[in-house]
Design a protein around this ligand. Structure first.
Ligand code: GMT
Length: 375
């Protein structure tokens, strides 16, 4: 049994989901898990005797213009390392978690190994920001082990932050119990979607990098050839602009803005196709969620997306911004039910083969073992 501390962003986001699911699965395997975060991770929806939660508290002294969260986090990490005698502290997202963990290791008396998992924007966005670059490089190089969620992210890390450190790829996974095709035809009715209409879905946090406008323009073309509805799931900075775009294009009757949703697998289960037209995407966890629910995907040739979608087998890859090709592939698939079924089956098989949760959790546990045996 290992004692593992986990720090992640506890609100929404793929990195927080992976960290929390990893902790829950390891707890079920008998390991003791200590979440050290600013609030309860949103996916932590189970009571389990092996899971503990340590909240980072912030004191608002008038002398501080900005309360120093990073230092409070490092202090809490050091406290938990010593009190609980952690074997490993695994932090998800380099900034500021890796640097906080290294500081905590220096403060704590008990020896602990630091594992940092890079998720994407910590490198592709923050890693090119000169005010943070050196700090990210330091966090990576001083960690005992570093993992990244795709080959592409490893390469980008070497190219952007020029880190002198071996980085191991451990792909993302989904909890297959939560992401599986369900049979719930009443959902279609509830949303007023006719039986002969195809459903195209996009799920994201509506940040600029997701290029939701490309999803809308692609759908506009699909609709010319196929009777279809577009489900836009999620919320974020671009939401109002996308709402306006849909109105300007006269697509209001065909596009459903559903906002943030909890049971995404129910929505995926009624969907025929998933679109992810991002400009940057280190992995695209939403693609794997879709594939596990037997939904073929069209994604852009960026970051880790081509490592998740197998072009011409489980879905299609198009160049970022290539709306015409995306619409062409979508129509090709949506007009042929047998072909769509084949792609859906291939997607599920591919997800199970390459991203099966038990295999991925084992890869992390093996990494911890390697580090602990060095102690
Ligand atoms: O995509 C986001 O905006 C959220 C971000 C995060 O940090 O949670 O997602 C990143 O990590 C996910 C989990 O590893 C990946 O699946 C996403 O591709 C990655 N996002 C980007 O690279 C833009």
């Amino acid at each position: 049994m290992k004692k593992i501390g986990i720090t992640c962003y506890p609100t929404v986001g793929g990195s927080g989901i992976i960290a929390t699911e990893l902790g829950m699965m390891m707890a079920k395997d008998g390991h003791e898990i200590h979440f050290i975060t600013s609030s309860l991770p949103f996916r932590l929806n189970e009571v389990h005797p092996n899971i503990y939660y340590h909240e980072v508290e912030l004191n608002h002294y008038p002398v501080f213009q900005y309360p120093p969260f990073d230092l409070a986090l490092a202090n809490k990490m050091a406290e938990v390392i010593d009190q609980e005698k952690l074997d490993v502290l695994h932090v998800h997202y380099a900034m500021p978690h890796a640097v906080c963990a290294i500081l905590a290791k220096g403060i704590a008396k008990h020896d602990v190994k630091i594992v940092t998992t890079l998720h994407g924007t910590d490198i592709t966005v923050l890693g090119i920001d000169h005010s943070l670059k050196k700090m990210i490089k330091y966090g990576i190089e001083q960690s005992d082990a570093v993992t990244a969620v795709s080959d592409s992210l490893v390469n980008q890390t070497y190219n952007t932050v020029e880190a002198d450190k071996a980085i191991r790829v451990i792909y993302n996974f989904v909890n297959e119990d939560d992401y599986a095709k369900t049979d719930n035809p009443s959902i279609r009715e509830q949303y007023g979607i006719a039986a002969d209409e195809k459903i195209v879905i996009h799920i994201s946090n509506f940040r600029k990098v997701k290029r939701v406008q490309d999803v809308i323009y692609t759908f506009q073309q699909i609709k010319n050839d196929v009777k279809a509805k577009l489900l836009l799931v999620g919320d974020g900075p671009e939401y109002s602009e996308m709402y306006q775009l849909v109105s300007e294009l006269g697509l209001n009757e065909h596009v459903l803005f559903l906002g943030k949703q909890k049971n995404v697998s129910d929505l995926l289960s009624i969907s025929d196709l998933k679109l992810l037209m991002s400009e940057k995407e280190s992995f695209g966890l939403v693609l794997l969620e879709a594939m596990s629910c037997e939904v073929p995907c069209i994604g852009t040739n960026t970051g880790g997306i081509p490592e998740v979608i197998e072009h011409g087998e489980t879905g299609f890859i198009v160049e970022p911004g290539d709306i015409d090709s995306a619409a062409g592939y979508a129509v090709y698939l949506l007009q042929d039910d047998d072909l769509k079924k084949q792609y859906a089956q291939n997607a599920l098989t591919y997800a199970r083969k390459h991203f099966y949760s038990r295999d991925i959790v084992k890869q992390y546990l093996d990494l911890y073992d390697e580090l602990i045996s060095d102690m």
